[in-house]
Design a binder for this molecule. Structure first.
Ligand SMILES: NC(=O)c1ccc[n+]([C@@H]2O[C@H](COP(=O)([O-])OP(=O)(O)OC[C@H]3O[C@@H](n4cnc5c(N)ncnc54)[C@H](O)[C@@H]3O)[C@@H](O)[C@H]2O)c1
Ligand SMILES: O=P(O)(O)OC[C@H](O)CO
Length: 331
């Protein structure tokens, strides 16, 4: 397959490596010429994935039209909140029948749309051409070829299978799904729960607390998903529980790490200065909260994370408020 990967950060680079190792010819698009030159000439991207060597089947450019020229698959890994603006500039260059894969895990501020919806709306791509790839996929582990599994979700089963085959390597095992909505929500909400988990770790809370956060976090994710029409079983799978556990338990997770900074009492600005990569949950906690409210779905952990991130609330007070909510049945 001829593929393009737009975005040369940690995930774009690791994803390009998977595609290259699985046999595709890959052209990456980078914003900075120094990054494109390093990928093209030295087969690495030290700033995003130190020590990783990329296949010679991978090249890079800063010219978007060149990157997507003739591509059968275009995978996009830029920050969720910039996607709409990016596509306004890029979409005219996409080949008419290319599959567009969203690698992003966020919900757009203001519109409350999922990334696949933004792609359909802004790039004029039919929904059945959009594939979502989501699962327990920490980029540095994948780049180091540590085995993991993922989900390739698309309403068009054949297209999902094509992408599944284009991604299969001995260290990356893709499964297909037709639940695009559920996979996207699982990926976006787990970032917010990982922020909460990081806060809990930093304030010294124990394993019972953390297990409760994961379990109740998954409960509120599923509640929102079901209200919006997702398959509840998706949340028990790789793009739900799998991704939630990976992000909460790993020190490699940028969202968990960001939460740790907030839990240590840093302000949002201080945490942003200390962690420079994309921690999607920081913005998506606002849009997910609004989405939940719009559908009358209770998401108490998301509500509290938003208060800590954007209203200066103390994480310890947030825990207290969560623990003293009205008593109710588990489900
Ligand atoms: N890193 C992971 O392990 C991982 C795994 C799965 C999914 N994701 C998701 O992939 C997406 C990208 O994450 P990442 O890890 O690659 O982030 P990153 O911070 O490592 O890289 C982001 C990339 O986007 C580019 N970028 C930043 N602002 C931009 C703009 N205004 N226009 C165009 N490009 C811009 C940066 O130059 C960089 O190449 C996020 O939605 C994230 O949740 C990340
Ligand atoms: O580093 P994070 O927190 O953005 O998580 C990365 C991936 O989404 C894990 O699957």
């Amino acid at each position: 397959m001829k593929a393009a990967v737009i975005g040369s950060g940690a995930w774009g680079t690791a994803f390009a490596k998977v595609l290259g190792d699985a046999g595709s010819e890959v052209t990456m698009w980078a914003r900075r010429e120094t990054v494109a030159a390093e990928i093209r000439d030295r087969h690495g991207n030290e700033g995003s994935l130190p020590g990783i060597r990329l296949s010679k089947r991978i090249t890079a450019t800063t010219d978007l039209a060149e990157a997507v020229d003739g591509a059968e698959l275009i995978a996009i890994a830029v920050p969720s909140q910039t996607l709409r603006g990016n596509l306004a500039d890029w979409a005219g260059f996409f080949p008419a029948d290319a599959t567009v894969a969203s690698l992003m895990k966020g919900i757009e501020l203001g519109t409350l749309k999922r990334m696949s919806e933004v792609i359909v709306e802004t790039a004029g791509v039919a929904p059945e051409r959009v594939v979502v790839v989501s699962g327990p996929n920490l980029a540095p582990e994948i780049a180091a070829e540590q085995p993991t599994a993922t989900v390739v979700a698309c309403t068009d089963e054949d297209r999902a299978r094509q992408v599944q085959h284009a991604l299969a390597t001995p260290y990356f095992r893709p499964y297909t799904s037709d639940d695009v909505l559920g996979c996207e929500l699982g990926g976006a909400v787990k970032n917010v729960i990982a922020l909460a988990y990081g806060m809990a770790s930093a304030i010294g809370l124990g394993d019972n607390t953390k297990a409760s956060l994961i379990t109740r976090g998954l409960a509120e994710t599923s509640r929102l998903g079901v209200a919006l029409g997702a398959d509840p079983l998706t949340f028990a799978g790789l793009a739900g529980l799998g991704d939630l556990v990976a992000s909460c338990s790993s020190r490699l997770s940028r969202n968990r790490t960001f939460g740790e900074h907030l839990g240590r009492g840093e302000s949002l600005e201080q945490a942003q200065t200390a962690t420079r990569q994309t921690a999607e949950g920081v913005k998506s906690c606002l849009s997910i909260r609004d989405l939940a409210r719009a559908h009358a779905v209770e998401m108490p952990i998301v509500e509290q994370v938003e208060k800590v991130c954007h209203e200066g609330a103390d994480p310890r007070v947030a825990v207290k408020l969560l623990m003293t909510r009205e008593m109710k049945p588990e489900s």
